[in-house]
Design a protein around this ligand. Structure first.
Ligand SMILES: [Zn+2]
Length: 475
């Protein structure tokens, strides 16, 4: 049987505020265990929370950037449960009136752009961290009370690819607006995945399962593919899918039942009595709106319209804030967006590959003006491609103006047609077989001759010119 796959995501992102959401403790990853905490975030009797305005601002900005309605009056609730990572035995969260609701983001897919609706974005506090050792379990409350925004989608995604595309889009937006670094390796972005299957075309949704707290895109992709197959297997055998929470074990590539899925009423939510309802003034709201930068989607459209870049290239450049800022600065000094984009995406990214695995927004070690000059030298025929690559190697190690290097490194491109013609003639005389191949219709022999000329000139020959000369001499 054919099935419709239905996926919804709940993404937790830690906000990059200076301090925690309900107390003045430092919001900083790492640090010796239990050094960034106080009586509020460890739930001591009599301690009272106060709201961090910056956390509210960041949550509102997340909503504005994802086309949400902003509730200008909202409050917090207590979500009650016992677990040692939360000293109070409740988490301060939001249920009835989240700060933001009813938005959407547009994600790229193989079949074009698609809208994923955002059900809500709310603000809550993170829990502490349990560290399990052979001696027993230890607790670190440094993370307890770190502001967390939870972005909940409607069940609008239908494959692992769409889910990953959505996550990439959301991450890119949140990094652009500066509310989070979204460092997954530090747990600053974690995702709960809800999946259900139903017979193709059926109206009613099937039972869903939830996999919690997956913290890498690769793991999320694998977990989704695994769970789709698992549910399919059950349905094919006529067995029901149990509505439950599963734990994804990425090392084993398998998920395991954790607990039957709880509903909101199980948490006995009630209004947080220690915090007053919060009102956002229109003045505040418009100030925050105005301070938002251009978002990745706007940047992409701008690159396509103003610079005529292909959609794919524009998408790659705009997705990373580091890359788009760098590109914009390069265009300021050398107005050839297409050449700059090509060189960034092909040559520079190749060099950055190792760093990009660690951090896709790793800073770029070259001054934009120096990089732009390098591309200009190449475009204007001062240096050949091999020379451009050599220069990039040097600039990457020691950021400097490439112009004097062309001379000192002997990279000047050979553009002299007479000299090149005499080199080509020599090579033709030395390779009668290749000449016969070429004249017999094997056009690949051309590449052989170009290669020989490049070898003879140490990669400095103007490749376009060499091509013309060979074609002319061989008829
Ligand atoms: Zn504290």
């Amino acid at each position: 049987m054919e099935y419709d796959i239905v996926i919804g995501l709940e993404t937790h992102v830690e906000l990059a505020t200076q301090t925690k959401v309900f107390c003045g403790c430092k919001n900083q990853f790492g640090g010796a265990p239990n050094t960034h905490c106080c009586e509020v975030c460890t739930g001591m009797p009599g301690a009272l929370p106060t709201i961090n305005e910056k956390a509210v601002e960041f949550t509102v900005k997340a909503g504005l950037a994802t086309h949400c309605t902003i509730h200008n009056e909202f409050y917090f609730e207590r979500k009650n449960y016992f677990y040692p990572d939360l000293a109070k035995a409740y988490q301060i969260s939001q249920l009835v009136v989240p700060i933001c609701a009813n938005g959407y983001v547009e994600i790229p897919t193989a079949n074009g752009t698609k809208k994923v609706r955002i059900h809500e974005i709310h603000l809550e506090e993170d829990s502490g961290k349990l560290i399990h050792t052979p001696m027993g379990s230890l607790i670190d409350y440094n993370r307890a009370g770190v502001p967390l925004v939870e972005t909940v989608t409607e069940p609008d995604m239908h494959s692992a690819e769409e889910a990953i595309s959505y996550l990439n889009t959301l991450k890119s937006i949140y990094k652009y607006i500066g509310i989070s670094e979204c460092k997954m390796e530090q747990g600053a972005l974690r995702c709960d995945v809800n999946i259900s299957l139903k017979p193709k075309g059926a109206k009613q949704l099937g039972n869903r399962t939830e996999m919690k707290n997956i913290n890498s895109f690769k793991a999320i992709e694998r977990a989704i593919c695994y769970e789709i197959e698992r549910q399919k297997g059950l349905l094919e055998q006529g067995k029901p899918v149990v509505q439950e929470t599963l734990r994804w074990d990425d090392a084993l590539g398998q998920n395991f039942p954790m607990r039957s899925k709880e509903d909101a009423q199980d948490y006995r939510y009630f209004r947080e009595p220690d915090l007053l309802p919060i009102k956002i003034t229109n003045k505040q709201l418009s100030a925050w709106k105005e301070s938002l930068p251009k978002l990745p989607a706007e940047k992409k459209a701008e690159y396509m319209q103003a610079y005529a870049l292909p959609e794919y290239d524009a998408g790659l450049l705009s997705q990373s804030k580091t890359l788009s800022t760098f590109f914009d600065a390069c265009v300021q000094t050398y107005n050839n967006p297409k050449a700059l984009s090509n060189f960034i995406l092909n040559e520079l990214n190749k060099k950055r590959n190792a760093e990009l695995v660690e951090d896709e927004d790793a800073p770029i070690a070259i001054t934009p003006a120096h990089f732009a000059k390098l591309v200009e030298l190449y475009q204007t025929g001062e240096i050949a491609q091999a020379g451009a690559r050599q220069l990039l190697d040097v600039l990457y190690e020691t950021d400097q103006d490439p112009t004097p290097l062309v001379e000192s490194m002997g990279l000047k491109q050979q553009n002299n047609a007479d000299e090149l013609e005499s080199i080509v003639q020599d090579i033709i005389h030395q390779n009668p077989n290749a000449v016969a191949d070429y004249q017999g219709g094997n056009k690949r022999a051309l590449a052989f001759f170009v290669g020989q000329v490049m070898k003879a000139t140490k990669g400095k020959a103007n490749a376009g010119l060499v091509n013309q000369i060979i074609t002319k001499l061989l008829g």
